[in-house]
Design a protein around this ligand. Structure first.
Ligand SMILES: [Zn+2]
Ligand SMILES: [Zn+2]
Length: 516
């Protein structure tokens, strides 16, 4: 059984409406690890609906969280905002309402593309509207108990004057520097490091925030959450999940939600993806270079607990090939191979939107990598595809859209992540070349061999072989000669296929010019 079905079955043992939650703090570029969290939850949610069970998928953006530090991708001017809620800090590019929106909006767009449609809640709005007030009062009334739980379970000593409430200083607007002096419902008196002394009324919204270890369980109760996965950093012994379970049960009187712990995703050659380090690959970028169904496939095809390495280099091409193969098997065009587990479910969960009734038109991804470097515009790429019979004349609008979308992903990948080895540029004028007499002979022979033949990949490929044999040069030298005269470089894409996509006359003229 697929892992998402196993988790869904676990949930429906309890006959009630299920609320599946994911919460991500948009304090920086939202990284691919977060994508795993949200897609894991989405998968369980879809399985629940499949089983005819009522459920809701929610996403709580903790945009009332304070900025922790000046991250490497921020300018020094952000120093003054450290400690302030990220919803109240200006956006780094100037185009968004706030710092939080700057990162959140692009992530929400990514979710749309990847087919995840949660109900969205923003913590800053909820706090400011007073929706946390009751949870705050309960926490403050149980200060000693909560302190005890956290100290015992996390084995961490809390300061004597600690209370489960971070006051937002009215003067400096920071959530991290005010210390409570006295709590007497509904007033909390405080003194801030900025020198300000004042008091807040907790019946008013937005005057402070529950600390993370209390905020999380309070949320479980408020939304009636029954399932929420979390990264392994929160699942450590004595971590936020452990204290959260105790707090939600003993203080808020609500059972802790079910969960699964997911592993991080590593970027090949770069280490774990943590947004706070600023080196992480953002979810948005990952989605720009990876077709959405393929990104989903990567996560659906692996248990959440499996450690994954995402290779933004050539590995990406292999991943797409793997997906395409899975698709052929799903539609009965090919036999399954060993290792294809839960194939039907994996394929279905990989679809951002509806599952196609018939197999989408497949074009080897590597071919697209070649084609988008020959022509820039999709309409021109399509002309090549039509001329070379790689797509039918009556291409369906769905297939057109699908291929175009893939071409866009390839382009982004080539511009930003692809290794040089796959990159090339067709030189419109003869580049500087350095070829021997033997190589010239090879080109003359090739010209003779292919002029009369039909211009297709196989004929070209065979002619190259024949001509290298005729003039007795290694096949490698033959290819190298072709790349030199067309691309001005030593290496290139598979020659037969590559040349077949170029205009025949253009290639023949170039060869003639080279042998002159
Ligand atoms: Zn912005
Ligand atoms: Zn202050």
């Amino acid at each position: 059984m697929h892992w998402a079905d196993v988790l869904a079955d676990e949930l429906i043992k309890e006959d009630k409406k299920h609320v599946l939650a994911t919460g991500i703090t948009p304090s920086g570029p939202i990284h691919i690890g977060n994508m795993r969290e949200i897609l894991t939850t989405d998968a369980v949610f879809r399985c629940l609906l499949d089983k005819g069970v009522k459920g809701e998928l929610i996403y709580v953006a903790d945009d009332f969280d304070p900025l922790r530090k000046v991250y490497p991708y921020l300018s020094k001017s952000y120093e003054k905002y450290v400690g302030m809620p990220i919803s109240d800090i200006p956006c780094p590019c100037g185009k968004h309402k706030s710092y939080a929106d700057h990162f959140l909006i692009s992530f929400l767009n990514s979710l749309k593309e990847i087919g995840v449609k949660p109900k969205i809640y923003r913590a800053n709005e909820m706090y400011k509207k007073g929706e946390f007030n009751n949870a705050i009062q309960i926490a403050l009334d149980n200060t000693e108990k909560i302190k005890d739980i956290i100290q015992k379970i996390s084995k961490r000593e809390l300061p004597k004057d600690w209370i489960p409430f971070n006051i937002r200083c009215e003067k400096c607007k920071k959530l991290t520097t005010a210390k409570a002096v006295l709590y007497d419902y509904p007033i909390v008196e405080y003194r801030c490091d900025c020198g300000y002394e004042g008091e807040v009324d907790i019946r008013k919204g937005g005057v402070g925030k529950l600390p993370w270890r209390v905020d999380w369980p309070a949320r479980w109760k408020m939304f009636g959450i029954t399932f929420e996965p979390f990264g392994k950093d929160l699942g450590t012994t004595g971590g936020a999940r452990d204290t959260g379970v105790k707090i939600v049960e003993e203080i808020y009187g609500y059972p802790a939600p079910k969960y699964t712990v997911y592993e991080f995703i590593m970027l090949k050659g770069k280490g774990a993806m943590h947004s706070s380090k600023g080196t992480a690959l953002s979810a948005e970028e990952m989605l720009k270079m990876t077709p959405p169904e393929v990104l989903r496939f990567l996560l659906m095809n692996n248990q959440p607990s499996k450690h994954l390495v995402f290779d933004s280099g050539l590995g990406l091409l292999n991943l797409v090939d793997e997906y395409d193969k899975e698709e052929r098997v799903y539609f009965g065009k090919e036999e399954a191979i060993k290792g294809m587990k839960d194939l039907k479910k994996v394929y279905e969960l990989s679809q951002p939107y509806d599952i196609s009734k018939k197999i989408p038109l497949q074009l080897p991804y590597r071919h697209l990598v070649t084609l988008v470097q020959i022509e820039k515009k999709w309409s021109d790429i399509k002309k090549i595809l039509l001329r070379t019979n790689q797509i039918p004349k009556d291409l369906s609008p769905e297939d057109d859209k699908h291929l175009k979308q893939r071409a866009e992903h390839v382009k982004y990948w080539l511009d930003n992540f692809a290794p040089d080895i796959v990159k090339f540029e067709v030189k419109r004028k003869m580049p500087k070349i350095n070829i021997s007499v033997a190589q010239k002979k090879f080109l003359s022979s090739l010209l003779k061999n292919i002029t009369k033949k039909t211009w297709d990949a196989e004929n070209i490929h065979n002619s190259i072989y024949d001509s290298t044999e005729e003039v007795k040069i290694p096949i490698k030298t033959g290819f190298n000669t072709i790349y030199q005269i067309i691309l001005g470089q030593e290496k290139g894409p598979r020659a037969g296929y590559f040349l077949s996509n170029l205009d025949k006359d253009f290639v023949l003229e170039r060869i003639k010019e080279a042998v002159k």
